[in-house]
Structures are given as structure tokens and as C-alpha cells.
Design a binder for this molecule. Sequence first.
Ligand code: HEM
Length: 508
Amino acid sequence: MELKHLIIGLAIAFISYIVVGQKSKTGVQEPPALRTRIPIIGHIIGIAIHGLRYFGKACDGSDEPIVTIDFLVSKVYLVNKSSAVAQVQRNAKVITFDPFLDSAAERMVNVSPKGLKLLTGKENGGGDLNRKIVKAMHPALLGPGLDIANRNMVNNLVKSVDELAFMHNKTFDLYAWAKHAITIASTDAVWGPQNPIKDPANEAAFWDFDSHLRLLVFKIFPSLIARKAYLGREKIVAAFVKYYNEGGQHQASELAQARWKVQHDGGAATEDIARMETATVLGVVSNTTPSSFWMLYDIYSRPSLLATLRDEVRTNALKKLPSGEMIIDLAAMRDHCPMLLATFQEVLRIRSNSAPTRFVTDDVVLADKYLLKKGRVLLMPGMNMNNEPSIWGDDASTFDPTRFKKETLKQRPTSFMSFGASPSLCPGRHFASGEILGMAAMMMLRYDIVPEGGEWVLPKFWKGAVAASMPFPAKPFSVTVEVRDEFADTRWAYESTDGKGKFPLITG
Ligand code: HEM
């Protein structure tokens, strides 16, 4: 046999392997492979160009509920339709989020081997700490702890919104402002008076870590290849070690105390707890920050929506104290500002890059048809389900701030992926909602915002951050703000009512 025929033969065998997939003994097959215009490396190039959004873009035009992306060394399943989300959820025992937590502990924050053993599940001979930590966070974010966290959070938020009154005629980066405001309000609420992230050097180090995480996770000479992220991370780890040694956790929120207690009682070393806490800062701020930016962008760039929302908040969630102080009532905002709540969810629907990740821990067949093989990763890109016309209507790709209003919602949408999918749904969603909506409400009433050049132009996205499911601008987003005459020279505060911190959000 000539060499060229051998090569052709091998190529045909290889291509059929990709196109047809592997037949299992039962006749069912892995989901159909997504082909790219550039064979073999097309998907890798796609990810390099589009970042997380590629997982959504890759499925454009495909009617398959679930597809396979072949990276040669491994395959990844992409869920493309909400019908397949339901199938994945039905098999949550074998298509699970848990190994992702172990992998994040190892790759993002470099927990020691002993610490990793404690974190991993009992079924792998571990101490099951990861599951216990997430469980311990629930009462703090979904129960009574939420009220205290909210009260602390809004006290800091108002300080940042106040500062804008002194920015008359000054151009500044709106995203950088939102980033700082949310970082301080959230981390102070969680880690209390000794919050290490309050130190500006640590705040900057944290964002170096967050924004350049993409290369760090490969763990290949990280101090050289992912230097910014590596140095940022190690600085935060050292700051948390100091925090614990000085007992900062004992004056912190229920969330921080519960996390510390579970790990400490479970035998984890202080440095490993500090590493896990560094990852938690990502969870606490990395999505809330860009979401708050998009909330401002999507409202202020639509003058009639801005006017409607101003009226709604002014009428239903604002009160004036006899002292003249203006109060925004978060509970009233939740209960009586349906348009604001609907706008927020539409912002999340349109802007989210979320791709909830699951690991297939055993061979499983979905819908009697698709074989998912043990050891593979499965992603559920929000872009697919959040834009599915059968769920959202033919105008799914357009921004409609009324879409989530109860009166206009034709059916309760399933598979809204922006806060993930049960049973691993984001437990921080109510805390984040209070913060983002509270900020947007006060900003709208107090300030006008004008982007540099006068036009709201969609910014290009930064692709180096992989922890956040919401994208953020790659370059400064320059604006000026002016105090509105209606509320010039007034003092402002927020009010949050115990037991009313949970928002009626649509979830997947
Ligand atoms: C707008 C802001 C936020 C967005 C868009 C968001 C989004 C998400 C998404 C997409 C997931 C993945 C869920 C899945 O895989 O099914 C997630 C998980 C999680 N989020 Fe959030 N998140 C936000 C804010 C927060 C905040 C403020 C906290 C903490 C205070 C938080 C804590 C968590 C935790 C602990 C998980 C893991 C849940 C588990 O393992 O069961 N998130 N979030």
C-alpha cells in the first residue's frame, strides 16, 4: 500500500470518527459533532476569538438539542435547547457540578493536595467539604443572614453613589466606578470590619487575579505565564491568612463565619481556607460588577425606559423623611417596581455569557438517544437557551424591558440560564439583585449620565476573565455625570426590611 493511500485512509477514518461519533453497544450515539469551517482546530480558534461567547455562537443554526465539540484530546457536550436542560437536570446525580468545585479549588486558587482531599466528595474518599461549604452558605444568602448582609451592603453603596455628586465636569470610567462601588459594598458586607479587600492594594490585586484568570487555570509555570493573575491571587491569599490569624472572621457576616467554621472544623489549614476564600471573592463580586454596569448602560442608553423607571421608583419606592433625607426602600422596590425588576432580568438575559458547567460521572443516555460518556464536560451556554424563540418568542434577540413583566409573560420560561440551573442555582442571586437594583434606582433619580462623544456605543468585551458569566468592557467606558435638579442638595440613604430580601426572579 502506498504511503499516500495510508494517509488518505487514516484521514477518512479520523473524519468519520468526528462526524459519526462512537457507536455504543446499545446503538445510541454521542450527540452529533459540530463541524467548523476550519477542520480540527476551528473550535480552538473560535474560543480564542470569542472567549466564553463562542460556546453559544458555535451552536448558531443548529436544531440539535445537544451537540458535541471535539477538541481532539477531549470532547465537550454543549446543550443547545431547553428540552435538553430538563434532561440534564433529571440526571443531576451523574451530570453534576460538584467536580467543578474541586477543579476550581485546584486550578484557580491552588489549594494544597491535603486540602483538596478534604474538599473532594466522600465517593472519592474525601472529606466532602466542598459540598458542606456550599450548603453552609445557603442560610446566609437565602435565609435570615441575607437581611444583615443587605443592611451592611447598602450602607457602603450609598457612599459610592454620593461621591459622584463631586464629579461635575470630570470624565471617568463608568465601569471602574461600578467595579469599585460593588467590590467595597459586597466584600465589606461579607468579610466585615477587617475586610482585606478594602485595602486599595488588595482590591487592585484581586482584579488582576480576576481579569487574567484565563491562563492561570492551566497551571503551567503560572508565575511566568499568568504573572498578573498569579501575583494578584497570592497577595489576596496572604491578606486572608492575616485576616484569619487576627480573628477578622469572628466579626464578619454569617456567610464568612459559616464558611470558616465548616472548613476549620473539618481540619482544613488556614492557608487553604484563605485560598478558598480568594475564590469566594470571585463569586461575590465578579458577576455583580459587570451586571451593575450593564444595568446602567441598558437603562441610560434608552431615554424613554429611563424616564419610565424613574417614575416607577419615585412613585413606589422613594420616601422623604421629615429631616429632608430621601430614602430608597429596597422592599418597596422589590414589591412595587415590576418594570425595574423586569428590566434587570432582561439585562441578564441579553448580556449573560453564563455556561453552567457539569461533569458526566457515569455513562448516561438522554432522551433515549444521546449517549453522554463518563469523564466528559457538559456546558449549558446561556446564550442558547436565553434566546430560544420557542420559549421567548420570535423577538427573542431584541431587548424588551417588558418581557419579564407578569402581565406580558405568556408562559413561565424554562431554562433561563443567567443564574445557572438547579440544583446548583446561584445562591447569591438575591443579595446581588438588592445591590444592583438599589444602585440603579438611586443613580437614576440622582444623576444624568452622558457617555463621551454623546452616543451609547456598545463596548468591546474583555476576554481574559473566565470566572464571570457577565462580560465587561475591554477599555475604559468614559462618561460624565450631572446631579439632577430634582434632587440637588439632598441627603440619601437606603432602607432594607428584614424578611423581604428575596426577589421573585425567573430561574433555570
Ligand atoms: C448578578 C450577579 C450574579 C450572577 C449573574 C451569578 C451567576 C451564577 C451562575 C451562572 C452560577 C452557576 C450555577 C450553575 O452552574 O448552575 C452561579 C453559582 C454560584 N454563585 Fe452566583 N452569580 C451572581 C452573584 C453571586 C453572589 C453575589 C454570590 C455570593 C454572595 C454568588 C455565589 C454563588 C455560589 C456559591 C455559586 C455555586 C452554587 C453551587 O455550587 O450550588 N453569586 N452564580
